[in-house]
Ligand binder design. Structure first.
Ligand SMILES: Cc1cc2nc3c(=O)[nH]c(=O)nc-3n(C[C@H](O)[C@H](O)[C@H](O)COP(=O)(O)OP(=O)(O)OC[C@H]3O[C@@H](n4cnc5c(N)ncnc54)[C@H](O)[C@@H]3O)c2cc1C
Length: 351
């Protein structure tokens, strides 16, 4: 266990933003994680859990309390059953499952951050979400002060959301268990048209696992969605806004507004989201509201590769980033009547 005082948090985030924490503890075992959490809770000290810092917007004032960086290690494969310690680097774990010939998370390659954070917002990309393969989450429950095993059905997973995100001060994830599939070296059936197209396949097809992973990594790299310290387009939290899910009647009103503004031929993206709901695209909304790739003149700008990523060009502050985010939210609301919601977790600041 390592302990630092008045420790800068910016280097621990992919935005490279945020002031210092009163205290920063790095925990390398589950026991150290639990001890640090208990100590903070016993003394009434605010706690901030940090994995890879790839979905965090920390205020310029920093964090008054204990920041706990989870650096536990553990990759254990038993047949098709996988258990990952929370601190494992997610994208490396995905590579190892592909090498082992197991399907189920290959399209989640390249997503930064730790395994322990994947259930928090039910990470997803290219047609896969961790909620489809997670069987159990092992967590320290700060309310009961016990370690608990939470089955998938009790995680309340939905699009970029879960019970853990809804109740952020309760659980610290220690381990995550997955059930993968042995499909004789093939991927899970492809669900995403763009991936299928890039692989010369059809949605529903299975392709060699390694090809699926490599194709996803290539597509992601082209969009600045794979971390590269040299590339400011990746100094981000990935997608800054979630895709809005509208009730069908709200969607009809939104489509009418789009046609009024952009012409009768205009067709906003629409994906069935179950139960009388339709999902549309935040990237499309942002772009059509006039915030195109590279938008901005200050130190925080929209990525030159993806409309949905807000980025730090090198010397931004969190306030610069938030000012840009607020401008985008206001512009989209004015143009289309939809209020975008931020995907990353904010600490000490709000949008
Ligand atoms: C370039 C880029 C591309 C991205 N692409 C995607 C994508 O395709 N799909 C997607 O879903 N996300 C994407 N993201 C967002 C991000 O990578 C994921 O949300 C990731 O799971 C965050 O992991 P982390 O370890 O970095 O979490 P952090 O940023 O450290 O933390 C995020 C939240 O989870 C909490 N947390 C972290 N670890 C634990 C734990 N062990 N127990 C309890 N709470 C915890 C933190 O307190 C915080 O509230 C992208 C980000 C970047 C920078």
């Amino acid at each position: 266990m390592q302990e630092l005082h008045d420790a800068p948090l910016a280097p621990l985030t992919t935005f490279r933003l945020g002031g210092p924490a009163t205290r920063l503890i790095t925990a390398g075992t589950d026991a150290e994680v639990i001890a640090a959490v208990r100590e903070a809770d016993d003394s009434g000290t605010p706690l901030l859990v940090i994995g890879g810092g790839s979905n965090l917007v920390i205020g310029d004032e920093g964090f008054e309390g204990t920041a706990l960086r989870i650096a536990t290690e553990g990759f254990s494969l038993d047949g098709t059953r996988l258990e990952l310690a929370a601190g494992e680097v997610w994208t490396d774990a995905v590579a190892r499952t592909v090498e082992a010939g197991l399907a189920g998370i290959e399209c989640l390659a390249g997503i930064p951050g730790s395994a322990g954070a994947t259930p928090i917002q039910n990470v997803g990309a290219y047609g896969q979400e961790v909620s489809s393969t997670i069987t159990e989450v092992i967590a320290y429950d700060r309310r009961t002060r016990e370690t608990v095993v939470i089955p998938n059905a009790e995680c309340a997973f939905s699009y970029r959301h879960s019970r853990f995100k809804a109740d952020p001060d309760r659980f610290v994830v220690l381990r995550v268990r997955f059930a993968l599939e042995d499909a004789a070296g093939l991927s899970a059936p492809l669900k995403y048209a763009e991936t299928a197209r890039a692989l010369g396949a059809e949605p529903g097809d299975r392709v060699p696992l390694a090809e699926a992973r490599e194709t996803v990594l290539k597509l992601r790299t082209g969009k600045g969605m794979v971390l590269d310290p040299e590339d400011h387009d990746t100094w981000s939290a990935g997608s800054f806004f979630t895709n809005p899910i509208l009730r069908d009647e709200e969607f009809a009103a939104f489509r009418a507004r789009v046609r009024e503004r952009l012409g009768q031929e205009a067709q906003p993206p629409a994906y069935p989201a179950g139960d009388g709901h339709t999902k549309t695209s935040a990237a499309w909304l942002i772009d059509r509201a006039g915030f195109t790739k590279g938008y901005g003149t200050g130190p925080a700008r929209i990525s030159t590769k993806h409309t949905l990523a807000l980025t730090n060009r090198g010397d931004a502050t969190t306030e610069d980033l938030l000012a840009l985010a607020r401008e985008v939210v206001a512009g989209v609301r004015e143009a289309f009547g939809i209020t975008l919601v931020n995907e990353p977790v904010t600490v000490g600041v709000t949008l």
